[in-house]
Design a protein around this ligand. Structure first.
Ligand SMILES: [Mg+2]
Length: 393
């Protein structure tokens, strides 16, 4: 008797090994690392301390009390009244993320970061069993950064991502196409609440239900999305891992601020704009970009949201240049009370190859020095005097 060799289905590429690494409660865990007294407590990270802002990350202790990312902070504090609220420090997360990436780079260069706390690794052909590799990576990350990651393993990105979600926290999980048949249909990429409701109306609740659904009807109901769902619900996802060095630069870098109460006067909103310009400029410098399109976003009390942009003569990554531009735009646009302001730098290009003529040497050096101080003592360390001087100018 000859052993039967399983042959891949026609049209599927050779078997791949994809890892999805997702840091556990990343922002909250980084904050706990910096403040060990917060360990074991419910911790909520938010954009700013205003009660009208939302939760950007929370510890598992806060999650156990019902707190979720994206939830209004006021509601989160009703669920977890004793939680410590920490205002996030994006720079600190970027610094940690760079260390995480360098640990991953010790295993392979084929890394596709998806956001600041998750990445796909293409481990196809590496001389280690996928599970052993995932364990090694998880342990190295913990040793070198003090942070826990969950790792999902699959023969494609879809399965790896579904696996990491089910591995959380601190776990490792592998999923094969046959493992996902009983999963709810909205656990598949591209099935949002709307599509899930639509499919639910036809009795489609699980991945298996979707696989049994006539392809023709799926295509009519959902168009192109229906076609990709046909494959995804069979655990087939040919999308490649695109290494970071082959990716397009970000479209824009932005931050926004929700005021505790609506504001109208320049004296009320300029300090916030100065802080936003500072955050945007600093992130641009961190990520090595300069931009020439500065956009002000403003939301009135009635929740209507608008933007106004100005193109600079040359790209910049400097706080003062961005602040002057948005300050002028706000002077033109803020004619009624606003509840939110945002600052965005677009038309980005790598700053290394650019001549940046618009600032003098001393300003540039001042900003570099401030970056160093904030890196050491936190985001607000040199904020207050800058925002005050911004208002006086
Ligand atoms: Mg995460």
């Amino acid at each position: 008797m000859t052993a039967s060799i399983p042959t891949p289905k026609t049209g599927t590429p050779g078997r791949r090994t994809i890892l999805h690494v997702d840091m556990d409660a990343f922002f909250a865990s980084v904050e706990v690392l910096c403040r060990p007294e917060l360990a074991g407590r419910p911790v909520i990270v938010s954009g700013d301390p205003s009660l009208r802002t939302v939760v950007s990350s929370c510890s598992y202790e806060a999650r156990a009390m019902g707190v979720r990312s994206g939830m209004p902070l006021a509601r989160a504090l009703r669920l977890a009244p004793g939680a410590s609220v920490v205002s996030g420090d994006h720079h600190r997360y970027v610094t940690c993320w760079k260390r995480i990436l360098s640990v991953m780079l010790s295993l392979t260069h084929r890394i596709e970061p998806v956001s600041i706390d998750e990445a796909f690794l293409d481990a196809t052909g590496l001389p280690m069993a996928p599970c052993a590799l995932a364990e090694l990576l998880q342990r190295r990350l913990l040793d070198e950064t003090g942070l826990w990651a969950s790792v999902g393993i699959g023969s494609n990105k879809l399965l790896a991502k579904m696996a990491s979600k089910r591995a959380k926290p601190r776990g490792i999980r592998e999923l094969r196409p046959e493992d996902i048949v009983d999963f709810p249909v909205d656990s598949i990429w591209g099935v949002g609440p709307e599509t899930a409701r639509l499919l639910g109306g036809f009795g489609v609740k699980t991945v298996a239900d979707l696989a049994a659904f006539p392809a023709q009807r799926l295509r009519i109901m959902l168009g192109m999305a229906g076609e990709s769902l046909y494959f995804l619900c069979r655990g087939v996802d040919p999308s490649p891992v695109i290494p970071f060095y082959e990716q397009e630069p970000p479209q824009s870098i932005g931050h926004e601020h929700t005021f505790a109460r609506d504001v109208l006067l320049p004296g009320e909103y300029l300090p916030a704009l100065a802080l936003l310009a500072q955050k945007v400029a600093r992130r641009s410098r961190d990520e090595g970009f300069a931009g020439s399109l500065v956009t002000l976003k403003y939301r009135f009390s009635d929740m209507s949201t608008h933007t106004r942009a100005v193109r600079l003569g040359a790209p910049t990554d400097q706080d003062q240049v961005i602040f002057r531009a948005v300050g002028r735009l706000a002077g033109q646009c803020v004619k009624r009370p606003v509840r939110l302001l945002g600052v965005c730098l677009g038309s980005l290009a790598p700053s290394a190859g650019l001549q940046l003529p618009l600032f003098n040497r001393s300003t540039h050096e001042l900003n570099r020095a401030c970056d160093m101080i904030r890196r050491r003592y936190g985001e607000k360390a040199v904020t207050s005097c800058r925002t005050i001087s911004a208002v006086r100018r």
